[in-house]
Design a protein around this ligand. Structure first.
Ligand SMILES: [Zn+2]
Ligand SMILES: [Zn+2]
Length: 234
């Protein structure tokens, strides 16, 4: 209603489907992360558990601030700005307004926390976040940089078909940190999962990349510390 009580938007509307249910679900899933871990965390209800998906928006110099978001029940958009189009110093009060109004509506109606509806056209799969391919048990989950296995949703028919090919388990020598050779004492050799990657500069992955060389500490001439009962010969 406008300020004279005149109806501007009623319930009688014509609806048009503009995207596939699977696309809508995947987009919702991505925008739930905006609220869980992204730029929209301020809209989370403090006293009520409820799935929320949404997206923040700004224009140059923060002249306009938006948050458009929805729950399985309601959709709302808050815009803040000045008539004379100037910068705003408080960059989160539109999110606070969205949060307070929406939480109140859900509380007043005692709405149950339910997940967003998942259509049958959506399937989930365990993928490796490094390769984007199917996770391999014993490799991606045992990676020395930490498990890279994640459950992701896909539209049916778009699940990756290839298995991760950049995680590899090799025997390394603890003394050199390099690939074990036949002369490394068994007690220094362990199996570890590394990442296959070519780098031109250092990254977060650098310490976990597969060594190119074999052990340079142990070789045919190495004298191994051992009990005196073994004759190593000349
Ligand atoms: Zn992997
Ligand atoms: Zn060695």
């Amino acid at each position: 209603m406008d300020h004279d009580g005149k109806l501007l938007l009623g319930k009688e509307t014509t609806t048009t489907q503009v995207m596939k249910p699977s696309t809508a679900f995947l987009l919702t899933n991505a925008m739930e992360d905006v609220v869980k871990i992204g730029t929209g965390t301020a809209v989370r209800f403090p006293n009520l558990s409820m799935p929320i998906a949404g997206k923040t928006g700004t224009t140059s110099d923060d002249n306009d601030l938006w948050f458009s978001g929805y729950t399985p029940y309601y959709t709302a958009t808050i815009w803040t700005g000045y008539d004379n189009n100037r910068s705003q110093s408080d960059k989160s009060y539109h999110k606070i307004i969205w949060r307070d109004v929406m939480e109140q509506i859900h509380k007043d109606q005692k709405l149950e926390s339910v997940p967003f509806t998942k259509p049958d056209s959506i399937v989930s799969a365990q993928i490796c976040t490094k390769s984007g391919k199917l996770a391999v048990e014993g490799l991606c989950d045992e990676y020395i940089g930490g498990s890279t296995v994640a459950t992701e949703y896909f539209a049916k028919g778009t699940v990756p078909t290839e298995k991760c090919d950049i995680h590899v388990k090799v025997s390394v020598c603890e003394d050199s940190g390099l690939i074990a050779n036949q002369y490394c004492p068994p007690s220094t050799v362990t199996e570890k999962v590394f990442l296959i990657k070519d780098e031109t500069e250092k990254t977060y992955d650098t310490p976990n990349i597969l060594p190119k060389d074999t052990c340079d500490v142990h070789s045919a001439g190495t004298v191994l510390p051992s009990p005196g009962t073994i004759n190593w010969g000349q």
